[in-house]
Design a binder for this molecule. Sequence first.
Ligand code: SF4
Ligand code: SF4
Length: 89
Amino acid sequence: MKGRNIPDNLCAVAVDLSDMLTGDWRALRPVVDRDKCVKCAVCWLYCPVQCIREHATWFDADLKTCKGCGICARECPQHAILMVEEAEV
Ligand code: SF4
Ligand code: SF4
């Protein structure tokens, strides 16, 4: 905000995001069936942390920031996303 002197350590955009990665504590991870994915981007639209990434013929999650909530799997109209326990992969 103009005219205010906000210390860097209180400014959200100045925080090192590597401290906020969720891969360490996520219990489930989304696995995309690339043959079923039609690149409709519904998963991208609903993902609360915006970690869905586009590839040539499919979308999948950036597992560094995916928290494993499963919303993408519930919303995918093609049922192309399966939530799998981390221990299984
Ligand atoms: S919602 Fe399902 S079909 Fe659509 S892009 Fe995501 S994974 Fe692919
Ligand atoms: S499991 Fe949740 S956080 Fe991970 S990609 Fe799907 S909607 Fe995003």
